[in-house]
Design a protein around this ligand. Sequence first.
Ligand SMILES: [Zn+2]
Length: 348
Amino acid sequence: MRPRPLSRYSRFLASAIIPVLITIGLPADYIYSQSEWDIESPYVSVDWERDGQYKANFHTHTTVGGAGSEPQTVIDRYRELGYGILALTDHDDNSLAEPTWPWEEYGRESKALNMVAIQGNEISEVHHIGSLFSDYGDPDAQSEEEALEEIGRRGGVALFHHPGRYEKGVEWYVEMYRCYDHLIGQEVYNRNDRYPGDRKSWDAILSKLYPERPVWGFASDDMHNLEKDIGISWNVVIVPELTSDMVREALEQGRFFFVNDPTGPVGAPAPVIESITADEAAGSIRIEASGHEYVEWLSEGAVIHRGELLNLAEVPEAGTYVRAEVHGPDGIIIGTQPIQIQHQARQE
Ligand SMILES: [Zn+2]
């Protein structure tokens, strides 16, 4: 628990040098405020008592896209497993190209099932891209840019599927995120962690992009086989009410977690994150959880702390963001989205 040397130094600067500078005539907006930390958490607007946490899968397949089970069977199985939100994202190079949509075509009504159905597709001719809230699909798409532009034009939201399958490199992703606001993130777990490097490359992208813009992490079953691939990787979306608009807003603003459960539906239940609260004056972030074994905090690809409470002054190695992974039994992990941190004397 050693004090952060830089922090002492900044306090010295603030108390000794800034008043002198003001006296000798620097603009008044250089007055130093009490708060040393800016903490921008995507969870800041969550009402932890009242909002609901819903299981969601945004990447799954049916017979329409060449997988083993019919849409209605897939919907029913996810519902049995307690999911509230589901996107059937068949490959757009299937016979239809359009999303497997609406559910009514397969005899299911999302409202009657207490679920949110999301129109979606997996753009499959280039780097696979999840297209959500849009009717887009194009087996002839020539580039990622073409696909992303069209998803945006149709008012959709996009995420990269299993980046570990491609050889794109960090700079390529950074450029894509700079170009497309509606490209909100990428998978960091696909099924049973088929691409274990995907958290490292996510962290590398975050390290380059923060504080410019966030990139959210997703976990997806990418289900093709109903016996083996289901209930392994999902997201927990936090919304006041289970509506399509609220789910979309939660995704855009990062109010969700990603979960990987290697044992699937037969294993122990996943831990629950009960709250995440940031205290800028104290320079700390606290996670409250249940059903977990320990909490790890990461920044720029490295573990920087273990424990529910993170004191930023004690982790000088932290970069422009931190994120937490809550570990449960049987190797289950529930991960938070990145939380932006900045240590500085504020200009007011
Ligand atoms: Zn897929």
